[in-house]
Design a protein. Structure first.
Lengths: 418, 510
């Protein structure tokens, strides 16, 4: 076969003419730098590597809960936009240790964009050394190093039902103060019910806010605080629902608000402590609701679940951890009942971490020798990582002396540089 | 104190990984710098709930058959000896052209492929056979080029492939016209155009021919654990050979002195001395942002990147579905769905995110990789090409809604074409846009496809121009923006070539 496009000679010669055409085009072209890519600009605005913020004001929500309002240190800037329900991670230096914690944003994306702030709401817990640190040290004017918002706990209209049931326990209610008003602004056809369980009647964070949100949107939003222990003095004049948030309670409320919809037609958003999650898991297994209809905020609860389950099952054994980080090598101690991440932080090594629940993969590290064990229920490791020996320090525990390689945290890199 | 390396590789995309490995195999001291916390660039994976998604790979041509002696899979398995488990893809593609009532499944294997077209387009066999033979000859010429020694002039190597030379300057459309290809047969052959991202009237025939022949004659593969497996396997070898790799790190500048690379500076302030840089980041990014001092960038380099047409980025909807592929009624792996196969019009619509004239390339991962998701679930991904410019007017505020709106349209298009129910089975959904690709890889405008392979900017012109367009001594490019054009296989092999050129320069200098 002989292919001829124009004629053999022209075809053959034109093969060599490309170079001439190429050079001609280059000779005519602009020879100055190009403007920055529009997608790179958008990316920098939506997902900045770090956000340097400052506490503008502090609001006392309940006796043991405060909301910290953060604005950008550089007043010319606005914090990044996000999907309501997402969290930011804040970095801490507590004594010799470093730490980071994820906090759900309790303000709306619109507030970030229009008014320039994020709210995070933190409850002081007895065992949490970070929350104690925050209570003692965070004042108006304190500088806070934050990541961009991230996470998958948000309403997704292509997946979720128009009927949303939010199930919150204790301070797990914080993302709903972002999600619910955001949904009500965007979708006039949606129904939202929020169940908020707390131990004492005076622990209902944002209860005034949710009551007035109901008054403004009576047909779309229902607020059901549930007091788990109405026998206490603080709950003496409690008149609302009490006990645990059970399937029968959810069904009862559903029937009175949206009688045409049964539980299986709703999407459930769950955010609360591990005990609540476990209870709901058992409760929901009695129903025919599909897995896709249940969205769980895993970061805080999964984290404490990881720590609780392991401290119960593993004896306290001290292992030696050899850590290669960029070009430095450190030898540190690690307890068998704490995650590798916690050991790294106690040693002040500034390891990368975001979700602290195994899912986001930001702490991914390489296991050079020794053994680690994954927390039960942990999801999120990649199958090739299992094959090639990578693990997530935030959700795995050492079971022998180990040697690991972890990457530097780019956020902290830049901090050191000033 | 600064550190010294023989070669610094910027970026651990497939090109960078391969370049680093090849330099190490040649005994060089190598530093590989990656800004993300994962290797691979677009070759990666991510998890949502109980699903692990493939971000970008659709298929790798299976260049490890008896009839092929070179190519990417043979390189990965036999030369680099990487630990990758490959799985075969069952068919070439199912093509659904909704405005033309065409719904046909095209098999791998040239004879079967021609027969499947004959069935829809009676009488097309002679023309299609000619076309496929020509593609084979072009592919053979490329193989000869790849296998020829470095010192042999290109023209010398390819002069016996006369049809390769005659069609070397032609577009796909010119060749199709010259061979009198029936329009409907072309419609059935053209879907792979979306892997190149240039319409038939501007697409370099030689690149197209090589791509079509490789896929159809050899079939295709995917790695079992997503393309992240390829990246991890490369890294394993790199560590084995003593390479230094820094993640979450970034080259902020390349120090150039009188036209020669002297070293690089990293984001944490570290200074690295090295006379050789292999760049997996594009010439566009390198010349605009990395060279220091700026006056070391020759004006010709700016003219080069300003002239070349920046190619497609992608929009991908990743779906974890709570039903098996049998329950959903999905039997094939690869679906090309489009109203028609007019590549000019489809190309034009990649500049408009509001268009309804979209061609989608969709993958049902379970059809080739049954264990990729839990029992009773399916992973489906839907991909469409967009130019970054199509997103120009989208502000941060509109961004998430815009994503959802386009994703909805694509899922609807898929449902309608395949007569399946997708929405009611969505358990996990993630959506990637050019912004997403820019965010994770740092690529200029999130471009996945490199410079458009028009005839004057196809592989051969790029190879011929390589020395002339080597604007700064000590920099070689690899990856999708380099001489091999884009794609998984090209990116890998470009890394090998960049390493060879770099090592040759070092030997010449010593």
């Amino acid at each position: 076969m002989k292919v001829v496009i124009r004629n053999t000679l022209v075809d053959t010669l034109s093969f060599l003419n490309h170079t001439r055409k190429r050079n001609r085009l280059f000779a005519r072209a602009l020879d100055i730098p190009m403007p920055k890519g529009i997608m790179n600009i958008l990316s920098a605005s939506l997902h900045p590597t770090r956000q340097d913020m400052v506490i503008q004001s502090i609001i006392e929500e309940t006796a043991d809960t405060k909301t910290y309002r953060l604005v950008m240190s550089d007043t010319e800037k606005r914090p990044a936009f996000f999907r309501s329900g997402q969290y930011i991670s804040c970095a801490f230096h507590v004594g010799e240790s470093t730490a980071s914690r994820p906090f759900s944003l309790s303000s709306t994306p619109g507030q970030a964009l229009d008014e320039g702030f994020y709210d995070i709401t933190i409850r002081k817990t007895d065992q949490g050394f970070v929350s104690k640190y925050v209570y003692d040290m965070w004042k108006t004017g304190t500088q806070v190093l934050c990541t961009a918002p991230t996470g998958d706990f948000y309403y997704q209209e292509l997946r979720d039902s128009r009927n949303i049931v939010c199930l919150a326990g204790g301070s797990g209610v914080t993302p709903f103060k972002s999600i619910i008003p955001d949904i009500l602004i965007d979708y006039s056809d949606m129904q939202v019910i929020l169940f908020h369980g707390a131990v004492l009647a005076d622990q209902f964070i944002f209860s005034d806010y949710f009551k007035s949100l109901h008054e403004d949107n009576p047909s779309q939003f229902t607020y059901i605080p549930v007091c788990s222990d109405p026998t206490t003095a603080a709950a003496a004049d409690w008149q609302g629902e009490s006990g645990l948030i059970s399937v029968s309670l959810i069904k009862k409320v559903l029937k009175s608000t949206v009688p045409e919809k049964d539980l299986e037609a709703c999407t459930l958003f769950i955010s609360g402590p591990p005990a609540m999650e476990e209870y709901l898991e058992k409760e929901l297994s009695k129903t025919t609701i599909q897995k896709r209809r249940i969205r769980t905020e895993s970061s805080e609860s999964q984290k404490s679940k990881i720590e609780k389950e392991n401290s119960a099952s593993v004896p306290t054994v001290t292992h030696s951890l050899i850590v290669h980080m960029n070009t430095h090598t450190h030898t540190i101690k690690a307890q068998g009942n704490e995650t590798v991440l916690v050991a790294l932080e106690r040693a002040g090594l500034n390891p990368p971490s975001l979700c602290r629940s195994g899912t986001c993969g930001w702490c991914r590290s390489r296991l050079l020798s020794g053994t680690v064990v994954k927390a039960p229920h942990s999801q999120g490791t990649r199958s090739a990582d299992d094959k090639f020996g990578y693990f997530h320090p935030c959700s795995e525990f050492p079971t022998s002396d180990v040697e690991i390689y972890i990457p530097d945290d780019p956020i902290n890199n830049r901090e050191e540089k000033g | 104190m600064s550190k010294k390396f023989d070669v610094v590789v910027i970026g651990s995309g497939l090109g960078g990984l391969c370049a680093a490995l090849e330099c190490l195999r040649a005994g060089k001291k190598v530093l590989l710098v990656e800004q993300h916390n994962l290797p691979g660039g677009f070759a990666s994976s991510f998890t949502r709930g109980r699903f692990e998604f493939e971000p970008s790979l659709h298929e790798l041509p299976n260049t490890r058959t008896e009839s092929t002696t070179s190519g990417v899979v043979r390189y990965l398995m036999e030369v680099a000896e990487l630990r990758i488990d490959f799985l075969s893809i069952p068919e070439a593609y199912r093509l659904i052209l909704t405005d033309q009532n065409l719904d046909a499944c095209l098999p791998f294997g040239v004879d079967d492929f021609i027969k499947a077209i004959e069935k829809e387009v009676p009488g097309s066999t002679p023309a299609v056979t000619n076309f496929m033979n020509l593609c084979k000859e072009v592919q053979n010429a490329f193989n000869a080029l790849e296998g020829s020694g470095k010192r042999v002039p290109i023209i010398q190597t390819i002069k016996k492939y006369t049809n390769f030379i005659r069609t070397g300057s032609a577009t796909v459309k010119q060749v199709a016209n010259a061979l009198n290809m029936p329009k409907k047969a072309l419609d059935m052959i053209y879907p792979y155009w979306c892997y190149l991202g240039v319409p038939a009237s501007r697409m370099s025939f030689s690149i197209w021919a090589a791509l079509l022949d490789t896929y159809i004659s050899a079939g295709a593969l995917i790695p079992k654990f997503r393309s992240h497996e390829i990246a991890c396997a490369f890294l394993e070898k790199i560590y084995e050979l003593g390479g230094t790799v820094q993640f979450n790190s970034k080259v902020t500048s390349i120090q150039v002195h009188e036209g020669q690379v002297a070293g690089v500076i990293l984001a944490n302030g570290e200074i690295i001395q090295s006379k050789q840089v292999i760049s997996n980041t594009s010439p566009t990014n390198l010349f605009n942002n990395l060279v220091s001092p700026k006056k070391e960038v020759p004006r010709k380099a700016y003219a080069n990147i300003n002239t070349r047409k920046h190619g497609l980025s992608l929009f991908v909807v990743y779906l974890g579905l709570n039903a098996s592929k049998e329950e959903l009624g999905l039997n094939e792996y690869s679906y090309f769905i489009s109203p028609h196969m007019d590549t000019e019009r489809l190309y034009t619509s990649t500049y408009n995110i509001n268009t309804d004239e979209i061609m989608q390339a969709s993958i049902c991962l379970n059809a080739a990789n049954p264990g990729c998701s839990p029992e009773g679930t399916t992973i489906l991904s839907i991909t469409a090409g967009f130019h970054a410019e199509a997103w120009e007017k989208i502000s941060a505020k509109e961004y998430f809604k815009t994503k959802d709106r386009i994703a909805k349209k694509l899922i609807q298009q898929f449902e309608k074409a395949t007569n399946t129910d997708i929405f009611k089975h969505i358990e996990e959904i993630e959506i990637a846009t050019p912004e997403t690709f820019a965010r994770y890889t740092g690529a200029y405008n999130g471009i996945v496809y490199g410079y458009e392979p028009e005839p004057w900017d196809g592989i051969v012109p790029r190879v011929l121009a390589q020395d002339k367009e080597n604007y700064i001594e000590g920099i070689q490019f690899c990856g999708g923006f380099s001489y091999r054009c884009h794609g998984y296989g090209s990116s890998v092999m470009s890394g090998k070539a960049a390493a060879e050129r770099t090592c040759a320069k070092m030997e010449g200098a010593s």
